[in-house]
Design a protein around this ligand. Structure first.
Ligand code: SF4
Length: 194
């Protein structure tokens, strides 16, 4: 039987492109290194810590309005956020490192929200869930904060009105990717006092 030679892609490489010399580590080299790392179990302390952070990111038990219903749904068996080690919504901000702002923020609620954020230990992350949390949404009036990024540093914006639970899960996975890639939390990037 004829044995076909394996292509690089058959070994798990996502690209066969080899960059020119002097252009830094190429896609090929990075992929080979990642592959080796995975197969041999090599890692660095920073990567191990980032991995642990993404596998135990506990959201605060904080819901604001209609979007909160969709957020609550992600702990149900249908969406099962426990797959990511995140089913433990914490009742105390001191035990949480993820704040999901799910819904419109009335000006009256801005101070308590900031207080909850301040009580969370670092590193901490914020997801603005839905149009209202991101920009005030349809509530362009004096009573609603026009974007929660005015009072806290937001790491991920999830669009929609309301975003479905799948969209929130997508936002959470994108946040995990940022953490794994070594991107610092938004408050560090913005230089906002935390
Ligand atoms: S984005 Fe839509 S669903 Fe979410 S809080 Fe605003 S109005 Fe409600």
């Amino acid at each position: 039987m004829e044995v076909k030679p394996k292509r690089l892609a058959d070994y798990g490489l996502r690209s066969e492109r080899v960059l020119w010399k002097g252009k830094g580590p190429g896609v090929f080299e990075r992929e080979v290194a990642e592959d080796l790392e995975q197969r041999l179990g090599l890692t660095t302390l920073e990567k191990a810590v980032a991995w642990a952070q993404t596998k135990s990111m506990w959201p605060d038990q904080f819901g604001l309005s209609c979007c909160a219903m969709e957020m609550i749904a992600i702990v149900s068996s249908r969406y099962d956020i426990a797959r990511f080690g995140m089913e433990a919504f914490r009742a105390s901000p001191r035990q949480a490192d993820l704040l999901i702002v799910s819904g419109r923020v009335a000006h009256k609620m801005a101070a308590p929200l900031r207080q909850i954020y301040d009580q969370m230990l670092e590193p901490k992350w914020v997801i603005a869930m839905g149009a209202c949390a991101s920009s005030g949404g349809m509530f362009n009036n004096y009573a609603v904060l026009q974007g929660v990024d005015k009072i806290v540093a937001v790491d991920i914006h999830v669009p929609g009105c309301p975003p479905r639970p799948e969209a929130l899960l997508e936002g959470i996975l994108r946040l995990h990717e940022k953490v794994l890639a070594g991107v610092p939390p938004a408050y560090e990037i913005r230089g906002v006092a935390s």
